[in-house]
Ligand binder design. Structure first.
Ligand code: C2E
Ligand code: MG
Ligand code: MG
Ligand code: MG
Length: 284
């Protein structure tokens, strides 16, 4: 009838929007609980040379909530950013990674650096630099064994602040990678003015390898640009042998993706490293 039609026309929220809002509120509340009850964990995903030699690992946070079950970081990280909880999560991850690196060093032949993802709001917390320094000292971590990743978007959100933050991080001997490169829709001129060591080519470009000549040309151009700027290139989300061949033939020297390894809990990641070491020493 006219009354309910009128009502529907003037309501701002659809059922889907309300559900979505409720889910976000539930997640924001559950994050508080998770920090108090130690519900987070970290998985490690290898970064390898094109022939499969591990040269690094990325720490990726995982969350199994008592109330909500498994929640993906793609869903809860943006909510943690908005609710002001992200830096507490970041600090938790930094501590966890430092503990894991300390425990892993005696168990591997060759230690590899582990990278930690930072969010835009982390870069505005200047005390975080001191927290990182403190964690390295507390756990006896050589700074070169921990690195940081920040998305192009987060970096450009506040360029001056980010430059100050990462100048300090670089001075500590930690490499910095620009994550999800190519998705920030920005002018390229900032690339000459930031202390970045590695460009991570976003998965969407990797997915399109082989789709068209232009798609291939784009990846080639990013690799070449990075090389000329003196930056290392890392391709993310590599899933097929075809993608691997194209990337390695064209000078991308670091590969990350399910083709080599998924993110794994620490014990399984160490097993993976030991298996690769075994395989390499058999070949030698
Ligand atoms: P990211 O930093 O770009 O991480 C790469 C994501 O791609 C990870 O998803 C990883 O599991 C996934 N991935 C890697 N290789 C492949 C592949 O071959 N195929 C496919 N389909 N996926 C692949 P994940 O772990 O769900 O993380 C999603 C995003 O959440 C991350 O994107 C990062 O932006 C954020 N994130 C994860 N952990 C943290 C953290 O500790 N702190 C912060 N601030 N953000 C985090
Ligand atoms: Mg990352
Ligand atoms: Mg990425
Ligand atoms: Mg990505």
């Amino acid at each position: 009838n006219a009354k309910s039609a009128g009502k529907a026309r003037f309501s701002f929220f659809t059922d889907d929007m309300l559900k979505d809002y409720q889910r976000r509120v539930d997640i924001a509340n559950a994050i508080e609980y998770a920090l108090e009850h130690n519900e987070f964990s970290v998985h490690y995903q290898a970064k390898v040379t094109p022939d499969g030699v591990p040269v690094g690992a990325e720490a990726l946070v995982r969350w199994r909530s008592e109330q909500l079950g498994f929640v993906s970081p793609a869903e809860f990280i943006p909510i943690a950013e908005q609710s002001g909880k992200i830096t507490e999560i970041t600090q938790w991850v930094i501590n966890r990674v430092c503990l894991d690196v300390r425990d892993a060093i005696p168990r591997v032949k060759r230690a590899i650096p582990v990278s930690i993802n930072l969010s835009a709001s982390d870069l505005k917390k200047y005390h975080l630099v001191g927290f990182i320094k403190g964690a390295f000292i507390k756990y006896g971590i050589p700074p070169g064994l921990v690195e940081f990743e920040v998305t192009e978007h987060s970096y450009l959100d506040n360029l001056d602040m980010a430059n100050r933050f990462f100048a300090e991080i670089s001075a500590m001997g930690c490499e910095v990678a620009l994550d999800d490169f190519g998705t920030g829709y920005s002018s390229l001129s900032y690339l000459t003015k930031i202390p970045i060591d590695v460009i991570k080519i976003d998965k969407q470009f990797v997915d399109n390898i082989g789709a068209s000549e232009r798609d291939d040309a784009l990846v080639l151009t990013i690799v070449e640009m990075g090389r000329r700027l003196g930056m290392e290139l890392c391709a993310e989300g590599v899933e097929t042998a075809e993608q691997l061949k194209f990337l390695s033939d064209n000078g991308c020297r670091i590969i990350q993706g399910y083709l080599f390894s998924k993110p794994l809990p620490l014990p399984e990641f160490l097993e993976y490293l030991q298996q690769v070491e075994q395989k390499l020493s058999n070949e030698a």
